[in-house]
Write a protein that binds this ligand. Structure first.
Ligand SMILES: Cc1ncc(COP(=O)(O)O)c(C=O)c1O
Length: 344
């Protein structure tokens, strides 16, 4: 069949996409580069390893791999609801938080709808919105503080805007949305615009002033907080993420979700990991130690950096006088986008 004939059959939004090119596996790099030791930092994983309680829980599933997983992931849902003091129906899990982001886009977005993101940030928000044919409005972080301009964001919301997507701590800056800005977003964005707050790295946060959007789940507005087991819990290979939201939003996303999206090993591991406070603490402490080491070395080298609240961090761009936004764009141009590989 001619390519032109095939192209007529493909949805227009697919032409906007470039396939994701993942980072090479360590084994492949080792062979390719002839290196004996590789320290892998490119996916912001937990170098301490997996929660031991999660490993134990997986063992318990080994005898029943011939069975389909629990399609409602009830054990995991129960564990998450208990951990967060929310109703079980407010929890929805995905095959990685990437799938959660995909479910959000599939549930809310269509042709002509708009979603706002604030660059630089994680690339999946745009990816899934684009698949659905929605328009992604790109705002920029403040050129001087790399913080979020709430006024800028509020001003960019049109009647067509269905989602505002923010990330705290942000990938790639590692910076938090400060408490006052979070409160303003929750209270001042139109209630029917879904505020998505991606908190993939929040368990690494040590700043006592930090506020999770989960504190606002009772507010009368559309709000969804996304978390993952891929980072501090050391379960990236198993692919589990989840969202905390209202029962109604979780219900609609549940209609879109494929029946067995979380496998049995992942369900058991994640349900155990959420209660593994010791592993979470040890991972956070190791990250803090790593940060201190790196900050010290970077200072010695005279390399400016942003003080991160996550397990990733960025070089601090040096602001040349009198050049605001254009500089910000240039400074972040080193942040890779699809298809050369996203950060994270
Ligand atoms: C900010 C952010 N959100 C979400 C994800 C997706 O993580 P996962 O799909 O492994 O849960 C990542 C991955 O790096 C990330 O950096």
């Amino acid at each position: 069949m001619e390519n032109k004939t095939l192209e007529k059959q493909i949805r227009p939004s697919v032409f906007e996409l470039t396939p994701y090119v993942p980072a090479k596996p360590v084994e492949e790099m080792r062979e390719e580069l002839g290196l004996s030791r590789i320290v892998k930092l490119d996916a912001n994983e937990n170098a301490l390893g997996t929660s031991p309680l999660a490993l134990q829980a997986m063992e318990s599933q080994m005898g029943s791999l011939n069975r389909y997983p629990d399609g409602y992931f009830q054990g995991l849902r129960r564990a998450l609801a208990k951990h967060w003091h929310v109703d079980e129906e407010q929890v929805i899990a995905g095959n990685g938080s990437d799938e959660v982001l995909s479910l959000i886009a599939q549930t809310f977005l269509g042709e002509g709808d708009e979603m706002i993101v604030v660059d630089p940030t994680f690339s999946s928000y745009e990816f899934y919105a684009t698949i659905m044919g929605a328009r992604v409005i790109h705002l920029s972080l403040e050129p001087d503080t790399y913080g979020l301009s709430v006024d800028g964001l509020l001003g960019a919301v049109t009647d067509r805007c269905k989602i505002v997507c923010v990330c705290t701590p942000n990938n790639p800056t590692g910076l938090l949305i400060d408490a006052a800005s979070m409160e303003r977003l929750v209270r001042e964005l139109p209630k029917d615009v879904l505020l998505v707050v991606d908190e993939a790295y929040f368990e690494y946060v040590t700043d006592e002033r930090a506020v999770s959007a989960a504190e606002y789940l009772d507010e009368d507005r559309l709000l969804l907080v996304s978390r993952t087991f891929s980072k501090i819990y050391g379960l990236a290979a198993l692919r589990v993420g989840y969202a905390l939201t209202s029962k109604a939003v979780a219900g609609f996303m549940g209609r879109v979700r494929s029946p067995f999206n979380i496998n049995s090993l992942a369900q058991a591991a994640a349900a155990a990991a959420i209660g593994d406070e010791a592993h979470r603490e040890a991972s956070r402490a190791m990250n803090e130690e790593g940060k201190r080491f790196l900050y010290g070395k970077l200072k010695e080298l005279g390399v400016p950096y942003l003080p991160t609240q996550a397990n990733l961090f960025s070089r601090r761009p040096e602001t040349p006088p009198g050049c605001g936004k254009c500089f910000l764009k240039r400074a972040w141009s080193s942040v890779p986008a699809r298809p050369t590989g996203r950060t994270g």
